[in-house]
Design a protein around this ligand. Structure first.
Ligand code: NDP
Ligand code: A1CAB
Length: 263
C-alpha cells in the first residue's frame, strides 16, 4: 500500500477523490482508517479504496498521512509510533501541530512533513503548503510534492508561515463559500432562481480568481476596470467600504491565524 490516510473525513476524502480523479494513484494504492464503521463503509463505497478501523494497518503504508482532528493527534501518534520505520514518511495535514510537537510526540527520529492543503483538492484546484522536517531528503520532499500537485498547486514554505497559510488557503474556502452564498441570496432577493444564482455567483468568483492568476495585474487594478464612473459597481464598492468589508476580512483572517497559533 503506497499511501495511508489516518482519518477519512472531509479533507482526506477531498484528497483521495482528487488523487484518484487525476489518476495519480490507483484505488489499490490507498488505504484509510476512521473511528467509526459508518465512515469506513461510506468512504470504501465512494472511492473503492480499502478502509479499516485499525490505524496500525494504515501505518504500514510508505506514506502515512495524518488527517485526524488536532485533539486526536497525540493519541493516534502514540498508537502508531512503534510501527513507523525509518524509511516511511509521515505527512500531517493537522492544523496547529508543529514539526517540533510532532517529533516530540513520536519520541524518535521520524521523517515528517507538515502540510496544509484545502478542500478544493476534490476538484483538482487545491493549494498546499509543505514544510519538511530535517530528516526528509530532497527526493522524498519532491515525491510528496508531486502527490499534492496531483490535485492542485503545492509549494514549500517556511514553518513560520503556516498560521498565515491556514488563514489564506486552508480555511479561506469557507469564507469564499459564504461570499458566494451571500451574493446568491441577494440575487434571489432580486428575483433570480436560486440554482441560477449559485451558478452566476460561483462563476464570477472563478473568473475573477483566474484573472488575478493569469493577468498578473494587481487586484485593485482589476477592480478599477469593473467600476464605471457613476456606475453600478462603484455604488456597491462604496457600500462595502461603509460596512467595513476589507477590515472584516482581515480581522477574520487574523482570528483564524491566531486560533491556529494557539491550538
Ligand atoms: N477540512 C478542511 O478544509 C481542512 C482540514 N485540515 C485538517 O485536517 C484534519 C481533519 O479535518 P477534517 O477532515 O475537516 O475533519 P473530519 O472531522 O471531517 O474528519 C476526521 C476524521 O478522523 C477520523 N478519526 C477520528 N478519530 C480517529 C482515530 N482515533 N483514528 C482514526 N481516525 C479517526 C474520523 O472518523 P469518523 O468519521 O469515523 O468519526 C473522521 O473520518 C484536521 O486536523 C484539520 O486541521 C487541513 C486543511 C483543510
Ligand atoms: O477549521 C479547521 O480547523 C481546519 C483547518 C483548515 C481548514 N479547516
Amino acid at each position: 500500500m503506497k499511501v495511508g490516510f489516518i482519518g477519512a473525513g472531509n479533507m482526506a476524502s477531498a484528497m483521495i477523490g482528487g488523487m484518484l480523479q487525476k489518476g495519480l494513484l490507483q484505488k489499490e494504492d490507498i488505504i484509510a482508517s476512521s473511528a467509526t464503521q459508518k465512515t469506513a463503509d461510506r468512504v470504501a463505497q465512494e472511492f473503492g479504496i480499502r478502509t479499516t478501523l485499525d490505524n496500525k494497518e494504515v501505518a504500514k503504508a510508505e506514506i502515512v498521512i495524518l488527517a485526524i482532528k488536532p485533539i486526536y493527534c497525540e493519541g493516534v501518534i502514540r498508537e502508531i509510533r512503534d510501527q513507523i520505520g525509518e524509511n516511511q514518511i509521515v505527512v500531517t495535514i493537522v492544523a496547529g501541530r508543529s514539526l517540533q510537537w510532532l517529533s516530540d510526540t513520536f519520541g524518535k527520529p521520524v521523517k515528517l512533513i507538515r502540510t496544509m492543503p484545502n478542500t478544493p483538492a476534490l476538484v483538482g484546484e487545491a493549494v498546499t503548503a509543505l514544510c519538511p522536517g530535517e530528516l526528509v531528503s530532497e527526493e522524498e520532499l519532491e515525491e510528496v510534492c508531486r502527490l499534492f500537485r496531483g490535485f492542485g498547486k503545492a509549494e514549500v514554505v517556511g514553518e513560520h508561515l503556516m498560521d498565515a497559510v491556514v488563514a489564506v488557503s486552508g480555511s479561506s474556502p469557507a469564507y469564499v463559500f459564504m461570499f458566494i452564498e451571500a451574493m446568491a441570496d441577494a440575487a434571489v432577493a432580486e428575483g433570480m432562481p436560486r440554482a441560477q444564482a449559485y451558478q452566476f455567483a460561483a462563476q464570477s468568483v472563478l473568473g475573477s480568481a483566474k484573472m488575478v492568476l493569469e493577468t498578473g495585474k494587481h487586484p485593485g487594478e482589476l477592480k478599477d476596470m469593473v467600476c464605471s464612473p457613476a456606475g453600478t459597481t462603484i455604488a456597491g464598492v462604496c457600500k462595502l467600504e461603509e460596512k467595513g468589508f476589507r477590515s472584516s476580512v482581515m480581522e477574520c483572517m487574523k482570528a483564524c491565524a491566531d486560533k491556529s497559533r494557539n491550538m
